[in-house]
Design a protein around this ligand. Structure first.
Ligand code: CA
Length: 501
């Protein structure tokens, strides 16, 4: 945003809320803040933030006070999973509430492969009268199915999977790092012209949207898809300076963690500003806020060209106690920070311990907003979390079994057991873990419990054999599409061959 436009907007905003500035209590906006009206919804879906990158998980070498406050004022989830271990398919699953593989999506994609018969969150909410915004990284197809075509009244951000934090162009053919920033379908002036930093720009746009949205009687839905804390490792020095006392390791590794923590601090500041905005407008109690990361810690880290890390070697983002990285179906790739906050409705300060999924967000907001069921579209794989969070379901969690397939990698979690195969981390054998006893996936039990491993493999194949083929050019290996014709993936035989390779 230009400085002039920013100044004009600030004047307009201050004129609108002038009375709020001189009295202590916040001013309720229009009629959106009454118990009877539908809640506003904000989904903050951040990028590549690992388990060990939030303070409320117990980490001291990162500073996220505003994210921690969300966890204190809401419910946080100690077993929250995304539907994919990388950006594009993870977003496709979250934004539909459906396993993205049902649309033929097994990896990142350039064409929007989610059929128009399947509403994205923005379409679902717009259809029932919500004002809708998408701010940040799109990555749901940069060639077709752009945000404004998929339910966003307002879009500000970039379309690809990655971007520079300080620079953009006005060349519509540029892709990835220096691609244009769009305001709806129009290109913005290069952000370096106003010394912009992408994380701050997204925060500013989010607050501007809220300021405008509260003038209407209609509730709003905002998908705030922050690019932080994804590579490239760029952050204004001022954030890093605020962290000079952060307890990090000596040497380069510590300085890399401090630098990364600066990126997280900019993100956290922005989340704090959004929450302050809700309070300022008096809509804090009538807004559901979700905070989640789209996948776990990336393998490539370091100031220079990313260096591929192995288990225990991280210096920037941290997977905490977990094995594996972004891209893997180990816990480090798919188990992520997740918080849901809705004062008076979702219990505050609660740790919810059962398995939940990113795909649960859509059914939860659909129920909260009172949408009609969608006819003709694929049913949700996610569940409405509210009855579970309110303790109405006893010991039952929303999911007894969960499935993952991302390119070649796959996994199934069935109760405490998890069967997994990965191409990049560890041996390329089928592995079995007990996540309750061994969340770090250290102790492969596949030889000790062969019957359990086979049971899970069959259950996984039974699920996967019902799914369509990959719409992307790549054909994942290890797919047993003949399961219903009697073909069995023999785990013992597979591992014998894989070990001999
Ligand atoms: Ca990501």
């Amino acid at each position: 945003m230009s400085k002039l436009k920013k100044a004009l907007l600030a004047m307009a905003v201050s004129a609108t809320v002038h009375s709020a500035a001189v009295v202590a209590a916040p001013v309720p906006a229009a009629s959106v803040n009454t118990e009877a009206t539908r809640p506003n919804v904000i989904i903050i879906y951040v990028d590549d933030m690992g388990w060990g990158d939030v303070g409320y998980h117990g980490y001291k070498d990162i500073k996220t006070p505003n994210i921690d406050a969300l966890a204190e004022e809401g419910t946080w989830f100690s077993q929250a999973y995304v539907s994919a271990s990388i950006c594009g398919p993870s977003r496709a699953g979250m934004i539909t509430g459906v396993h993205q593989q049902r649309f033929g999506i097994y990896g990142n994609f350039n064409e929007n492969h989610i059929p128009s018969s399947q509403p994205l969150a923005m379409e679902m909410m717009k259809d029932i009268g919500y004002q809708t915004a998408v701010i940040g990284k799109w990555h749901l197809g940069e060639l077709t199915g752009l945000p404004n075509e998929r339910g966003a009244d307002f879009f500000y951000g970039f379309l690809d999977g990655s971007h520079d934090y300080f620079k953009s162009t006005t060349n519509p053919d540029a892709h990835m790092r220096f691609a244009p920033i769009y305001r709806d379908t129009e290109m913005e002036p290069p952000i370096q012209q106003s010394n912009g930093y992408l994380t701050e720009l997204f925060t500013d746009e989010a607050i501007d949207f809220i300021d405008e949205a509260v003038k209407s009687e209609d509730p709003f839905f905002m998908y705030l898809a922050h690019f932080a804390v994804h590579h490239p490792w760029q952050v204004p020095e001022s954030y890093v300076e605020r962290l000079k006392d952060l307890p990090v390791a000596e040497g380069v590794a510590g300085e890399e963690r401090r630098h990364f923590a600066g990126m997280a601090l900019a993100l956290d500041d922005g989340i704090g500003e959004v929450m302050d905005s809700l309070k300022h407008h008096g809509i804090d109690d009538n807004t559901i806020v979700f905070f989640m990361s789209d996948n776990g810690t990336p393998r490539g880290q370091g100031f220079a060209q990313p260096v591929q890390k192995q288990r225990g070697e991280t210096t920037m983002s941290s997977p905490g106690p977990f094995n594996g990285f972004k891209g893997d179906t180990y816990e480090g790739g798919i188990r992520v920070p997740f918080v849901a906050r809705w004062p008076g409705k979702i219990p505050a300060g609660q740790e919810y311990k059962q398995m939940v999924s990113s795909m649960d967000i859509l059914p939860t907001i659909a129920a909260a907003a009172g949408t009609a069921p969608w006819s003709g579209a694929t049913p949700f794989d996610g569940k409405d979390l509210m009855p579970y969070l309110k303790g109405e379901m006893g010991a039952d969690g929303p999911h007894e079994t969960m499935y993952w397939r991302r390119d070649d990698d796959y996994a199934i979690r069935d109760g405490d057991w998890k069967l997994t195969w990965n191409s990049q981390s560890g041996p390329q054998t089928i592995r079995l873990f007990n996540i309750e006893n061994d969340p770090g996936e250290w102790d492969d039990l596949v030889s000790k419990h062969p019957e359990k491993a086979q049971e899970l493999q069959n259950k996984f194949d039974a699920w996967e054999a019902t799914l369509p083929v990959n719409k992307l050019s790549y054909k994942p290996q290890n797919r047993n599409m003949g399961f219903y014709a009697g073909e069995i993936t023999d785990v013992k035989e597979y591992n014998k061959k894989a070990s001999g390779r």
